[in-house]
Design a protein. Structure first.
Lengths: 273, 447
């Protein structure tokens, strides 16, 4: 319990404490009450960052979970040739550290010397620059999808494995087709797993940091210092020495994530009942 | 099923912030403000050397390694612990945290000129005048000396400097029969010709670099920053800034700048194979070219920086750093002895030998230095040009006391000028706005 308090509650408590102060280069530290929270709520940079991860969430997460579910069902159907190989191959990207994966994709996205550049040269076309301001969020979504489809697939697949086979046999006897089996048996059976994966994905989206932070080196003008809430917090604390405000933004972000994850869970569980 | 959050590594962002918070936690209890006192005189330095002791030096400059060794050999009782605490921004963050926490502060720290303000303002650096630094004014070129000294004292000793010159790929210019530009107008014309002759060749690469921008404004006569204690003004509407934006806008509009991010692999590749034809940059560049673009050996040359207007040539500083002694150092006299040795004494020669570009006039003017032939530059005596450039730097420039932060948000504001057609002067105006906002939040008076 003491360990829990120390490693878990103490940092949160300390962040809360920090968020009530303001430290200035001129004038030192002073108690400002909830001013930092007021500032965060009025901060256009914070809200653009939040909107950006929100957009990311509603577009990328359904795509990623959809693909993961499809793959899981395909593997589980038993009709796939080379099932084990396929399972490992899809999961493999998750084993690549995010930093390495992003660097790798970053090189491929290069329009001058990267894969995109090579395609342009080879076919005489001119593909849009994946690292331009308009496309960079989609490019990041692509990387994240590539990384996490396998992980989510494994969650779904494990859930599918525990569905009793007797159910399938019964369905077959009743004359149900594959599609019916999927919608009536498999998906309801793994609803718990779907909800969990969705919640993890929401948290992951709100905490988007590694991929944009690494791509920033390649696309400094497309990815700003307030691209996502986490990047904003990071630059506030490290470039600006604004630890108090960084703590505030982190807390606001944490609360928002909790609320949204909780709502999703409520909704997911209600359906199950 | 594991109950691990997806994308666990993202946690690091928050974890870092929390760790940082913990670092500042120590501030509250550990800080005892001892202001900006100096701590002694030249006699103390001699005494400290005789007494001996250990000093901790934070620096990333590679040539200091040998200097530290030599210093120990000369003073057997002294031990120098040279630590690389990160390069520029990373080190400043660590240093700022150590100073706030009041523990783990090094005795000597490498700080770039543009970042000195942040530390002098909070009186985190020892005034070295008392130790004898006040007599070193004539030792250094005007640009670097102005950067380390103010009416409040001498905050550091210049270690190296970056008077700007134009590095160019002679083979590329010869191939297309284009003369090396002497003015920025000629530079734009050359950029057009080069790119027309070979669409893969760009005169230079630029995706928005605060260091380059401020240096070129400096050269053009602009003085956007004035700093008087905590009263700061930021203004990019003066003549010098306008001269710069007018010309640079042409390069951006006609897509004559390679969209290659500086210091990336792609950038080095461009420098190697002649796709990037010139670099207006500080005189510390040769060592980087030799190691990063070895294939360019023999092709590259150095010329004076193109000029904005006819008359007396003007250059500007680009980069360069100094060694400072934090006020929280436990052994200031000994720390100063090392700084003095490395940056004004025998250490200078050692460092120059290993490829550093000095800030000391005597070295810059010495025959040995000037006559050095660079095989990389086809045997050219490039130091003659650098040395001349060092003397042509106007010494009345100042950076913001929070330039480190301002530079970090440069691309947020000015980046759009490079990607989506925002006029460059509008980008600079936005940058000003972001800098003013931060400055006000930090308690500065900004007009």
């Amino acid at each position: 319990m003491a360990a829990f308090a120390l490693v878990f509650l103490a940092p949160i408590g300390y962040s809360l404490y920090l968020s009530l102060f303001q430290e200035k280069l001129i004038g030192g530290t002073s108690f400002v009450g909830l001013d930092n929270y007021q500032q965060a709520l009025d901060d256009p940079q914070f809200w653009t960052a939040l909107r950006r991860v929100g957009l990311f969430l509603v577009v990328q997460v359904p795509i990623m979970l959809g693909i993961a579910l499809l793959v899981a069902l395909a593997i589980d159907s038993g009709r796939l040739y080379g099932r084990n190989f396929f399972r490992v191959a899809v999961f493999l990207p998750y084993a690549v550290p995010a930093v390495v994966a992003t660097l790798m994709w970053g090189f491929m996205y290069g329009t001058r010397f990267g894969l995109v550049g090579d395609i342009n040269d080879a076919f005489g076309v001119s593909l849009p620059d994946p690292l331009s301001a308009d496309l960079v969020l989609a490019s990041i979504a692509n990387i994240v999808t590539w990384e996490f489809v396998g992980y989510n697939m494994l969650i779904f697949y494990s859930a599918l494995r525990v569905v009793p086979h007797a159910l399938y046999e019964a369905a077959e006897i009743d004359g149900a087709g594959q599609w019916r089996v999927i919608t009536a048996i498999k998906i309801p059976a793994i609803r718990g797993a779907l909800v969990i994966a969705t919640i993890f994905s929401i948290i992951g989206s709100f905490q988007l940091f590694n991929e944009p932070s690494i791509l920033k080196k390649l696309a400094p003008n497309a990815i700003t210092t307030h691209f996502t809430p986490n990047i904003y917090t990071h630059s506030l604390a490290f470039s600006g020495q604004q630890h108090n405000y960084a703590a505030t933004v982190a807390i606001v972000m944490g609360l928002l994530t909790m609320v949204i994850a909780y709502l999703v869970q409520l909704r997911g569980m209600r359906k199950e009942a | 099923m594991t109950n691990r959050p997806r994308r666990a590594p993202r946690r690091t962002g928050l974890a870092c912030v929390l760790a940082l918070c913990l670092a500042t936690a120590l501030t509250a209890c550990g800080s005892s403000d001892d202001g900006g006192d100096d701590g002694g005189g030249p006699a103390d330095v001699t005494a400290a050397l005789e007494k001996g002791g250990t000093i901790k030096v934070w620096a990333w400059e590679p040539t200091l390694k040998q200097v530290a060794k030599d210093f120990e050999d000369e003073h057997p009782k002294v031990k120098v612990k040279l630590v690389n605490a990160g390069t520029n921004k990373d080190e400043y963050t660590a240093l700022q945290n150590a100073i706030s926490a009041g523990s783990g502060v090094p005795d000597v720290a490498q700080i770039e000129y543009y970042a000195l303000g942040q530390f002098t303002l909070t009186e985190s650096l020892t005034d070295l005048a008392g130790f004898g630094a006040d007599k070193l004014g004539d030792t250094y070129s005007p640009g670097p000396w102005n950067a380390v000294s103010s009416s409040d004292g001498i905050h550091a000793l210049p270690m190296d400097s970056g008077p700007m010159a134009l590095f160019y790929n002679k083979d590329v210019f010869d191939k297309h029969h284009i003369a090396v530009p002497r003015t920025w107008d000629e530079y734009v014309a050359a950029a057009r010709k080069l790119h027309k002759a070979d669409p893969e060749v760009y005169i230079t690469s630029d995706t928005g670099d605060p260091g380059l921008t401020t240096s070129l404004i400096w050269q053009a006569g602009g003085r956007p920053y004035t700093v008087d204690g905590t009263e700061v003004s930021i203004d990019f509407s003066d003549q010098g800034s306008a001269t710069y934006t007018r010309t640079w806008q042409k390069l951006i509009d006609d897509k004559l700048l390679a969209p290659t991010v500086g210091w990336s692999d792609e950038w080095y590749k461009g420098l190697s194979d002649g796709k990037i034809a010139t670099l207006p940059i500080g005189a510390w560049m040769p060592a980087n070219l030799m190691s990063g673009a070895p294939k360019g050996k023999g092709s590259w040359r150095v010329a004076p920086l193109p000029q904005w207007k006819p008359g007396k040539p003007v250059s500007a500083e680009n980069g360069g750093s100094a060694l400072a002694v934090p006020t929280k150092s436990g052994n200031k006299a000994l720390a100063y002895a090392f700084v003095q040795y490395a940056n004004a004494g025998k250490g200078v020669k050692t460092r120059v030998h290993d490829g550093a570009f000095p800030a000391t006039k005597a070295t810059l003017e010495s025959k040995e230095f000037l006559n050095r032939r660079y095989p990389y530059f086809g045997g050219q005596k490039a130091n003659v040009i650098f040395s001349k450039a060092a003397a042509d730097v106007p010494d009345d420039w100042s950076y913001l006391p929070f330039q480190v932060y301002a530079n970090s948000v440069f691309n947020d504001a000015v980046g759009t000028a490079y990607t989506s057609g925002t006029p460059l002067d509008k980008g600079l105006a936005d940058w000003r706005k972001a800098s003013v906002k931060y400055g006000k939040e930090q308690g500065f008076t900004i007009e």
